[in-house]
Ligand binder design. Structure first.
Ligand code: HEC
Length: 142
């Protein structure tokens, strides 16, 4: 009896550890958060209020986004040209602006096909919501 209980206990402990291992071995950044049409909607609307594409262009210059997105000629990161159209198809039901917002504040949430998870993940800390709005306004015009 005691032996049976001990074996049952060991099996349960093993299962719990196995489940915990599988759960934690998926890197946080590649786990896509659940999204719906309202995701980031409030943040995006606020960020886009008074947003200016030309200020966005200047920020993209200052933050060296182009080092990966332009100079790499598409090998390092997706080109910004045509991004406004592609953003509409990337992660439905996110709107282009919602998708761009997520791409900047949480780059690992969705990886553009064929690219590594190498975009800096700290822009959400480095930029104000208004600055993110400027950048989205520029990218929507790209
Ligand atoms: C070190 C290289 C690097 C830098 C610097 C970088 N990115 Fe990225 N970015 C990537 C890579 C690689 C991807 C593709 C993988 C992914 O989807 O996260 C990406 C994806 C994106 C996407 C989604 C593109 C698409 O086609 O779906 C947007 C938008 C974006 N970056 C914006 C920016 C902005 C804005 C900046 C500057 C504030 C920036 N990135 C700086 C590497 C970089």
């Amino acid at each position: 009896m005691a032996v049976t209980l001990a074996i049952a206990f060991l099996i349960i402990v093993t299962i719990v550890f196995a489940v915990a291992f599988v759960a934690t071995s998926t890197p946080e950044s590649t786990r896509s958060p659940a999204i719906d049409a309202q995701s980031y909607a409030t943040e995006v609307a606020a960020a886009l209020e008074g947003a200016s594409a030309s200020e966005g262009e200047a920020l993209i210059e200052a933050l060296h986004c182009s080092a990966c997105h332009v100079s790499g000629e598409g090998r390092v990161a997706p080109l910004f040209i045509g991004l406004a159209d592609r953003a509409a198809t990337r992660r439905p039901p996110l709107s282009p602006a919602q998708y761009l917002y997520e791409s900047i504040v949480m780059p690992g949430a969705y990886l553009a096909d064929g690219y590594a998870n190498s975009m800096p993940a700290n822009f959400a800390d480095r930029l104000t919501q208004a600055e993110i709005g400027h950048i989205i306004a520029f990218l929507l015009s790209a």
